[in-house]
Design a protein around this ligand. Structure first.
Ligand code: PLP
Length: 402
């Protein structure tokens, strides 16, 4: 019996795979491993949200719902997303999903036909964009985000983007604040992208805004706010990161034309999002917001700390993260110092020798090593200040030994 090529070749998210390896090592007694792997808040879901879910369960709200989600949540989400971005979103245009992630594959499905068209996606970037594009038989076109020479900011080169767009381009995927580099694009640059996109009749934008509330440098702007852009932008949101609700699996996509396709896709894959979690989600977006503010402030504080500590490590260089909870470190020099051929080898050394778990750039960039710019590792700083101090302290000591 054979499995299909596409199933065999399907990529995944290595934060989960390496995470499993680290969990196994911990179970075997390596309990001192400090993990900077997964982008998941280390906070508990706020109490009022949990109570809303319990109440829903007690009231018997446990059956299937409409595939697009309950109307009460679509209404609350439309207001939450619209108010934050200063645009008007019709509740009928919002579809609730099992997290934000399904809308990546759903969008590619809804705007391309198999083996036709191209999708432009960021590198380094969230790996699912690439995997879903390839799995659905579409050509991925990689749009790099580069470090400026002085390590002050990331460069998204609009002239380079111009060269990558052609009449076959169906979708441009944007993600600011960005995973894995933590960049937030300035409003003027986003406007330039919007102006470019508007020149093409059949070019959609998937704007992955799951970190929209997590900005600690610069200002968040959604590309959907520019005139003419809302109708061709799929605004993707999630409660995973902003409300410490990763396991609840609630996310949203807003787009007038694609809402009915998303509803059908939900119906095909999931029937509907988790019913009690939808009631909890209403409380999340409409209830008191102090808890989420506190969490976001704490990520901002950790960003300062980890950035400072990382830049003190010999061979490490990084740009200050502006959003999300990731630090992307250029370790080209560090690899040379320790004799590692690439960042993956350095990653393994850090795990094997000093019990510090990070992810290497190969997990975020499908290009072969000689086509990538330098060597990088990613830290998720969704972990305590104590772990950040201890983990980066260990790495500093390790690197000072070379
Ligand atoms: N988009 C980006 C850029 C992410 O980093 C993640 C999670 O790490 C997701 C989407 C998916 O989040 P969820 O499906 O939990 O909403």
């Amino acid at each position: 019996m054979q499995i299909s090529k596409r199933a065999k070749n399907l990529g995944a998210e290595n934060a989960f795979l390496v995470g499993r390896e680290v969990t196994e090592l911990k179970q075997k007694g390596r309990t001192g491993i400090i993990s900077f792997l997964i982008g998941e808040p280390d906070f508990d879901t706020p109490k009022n949200i949990k109570e809303a879910a319990k109440k829903a369960i007690d009231e018997g709200k446990t059956g299937y719902t409409a595939s697009s989600g309950i109307s009460e949540l679509r209404e609350a989400a439309a207001k939450w997303m619209g108010d934050f971005r200063n645009i008007k979103i019709d509740p009928k245009d919002v579809v609730v999903g099992s997290g934000g992630k399904p809308f990546i594959g759903f969008t590619i499905f809804a705007v391309t036909d198999h083996s036709k068209g191209e999708v432009i996606l960021p590198v380094p970037g969230y790996p699912i964009y690439y995997h879903q594009t390839v799995a659905q038989g579409i050509k991925p076109v990689l749009m790099p985000l580069r470090e400026s020479g002085d390590f002050k900011k990331y460069v998204f080169d609009i002239d380079e983007l111009k060269k990558k767009i052609n009449k076959n381009t169906r979708l441009l995927i944007l993600n600011f604040p960005q995973n894995p580099v933590g960049a937030v694009i300035p409003k003027e640059e986003l406007k330039e992208i919007a102006d470019l996109v508007l020149k093409y009749n059949n070019l959609w934008v998937l704007s992955d805004e799951v970190y929209s509330h997590m900005v600690h440098g610069g200002e968040f702007t959604s590309i959907a706010t520019f005139p003419g852009m809302q109708e061709r932008t799929i605004v993707m949101e999630s409660l995973s990161k902003s409300y410490a609700m990763t396991g609840w699996r609630i996310g949203f996509a807003a787009n007038k034309k694609l809402a009915s396709s998303f509803e059908k896709l939900n119906c095909n894959f999931d029937s509907c999002p988790n019913h009690p979690a939808q009631w909890a989600a209403i409380e999340a977006v409409s209830g008191p917001q102090e808890e989420t503010r506190r969490m976001m402030q704490s990520f901002a504080k950790r960003a300062e700390l980890i950035y400072k500590l990382a830049n003190e490590i010999p061979g490490f260089k990084c740009i200050k993260p502006q959003g999300a909870f990731y630090l992307w470190v250029n370790v080209t020099e560090a690899c040379k110092m320790v004799g590692a051929k690439d960042s993956e080898e350095l990653r393994k050394l850090l795990l094997d020798q000093i019990d510090v778990a990070v992810l290497a750039d190969i997990h975020f960039d499908p290009r072969p090593q000689n086509k990538r710019q330098d060597e990088h590792i990613r830290f998720s700083y969704a972990t305590s200040e104590k772990n950040i101090n201890e983990g980066l302290g260990r790495i500093k000591k390790f690197m000072e030994g070379f």
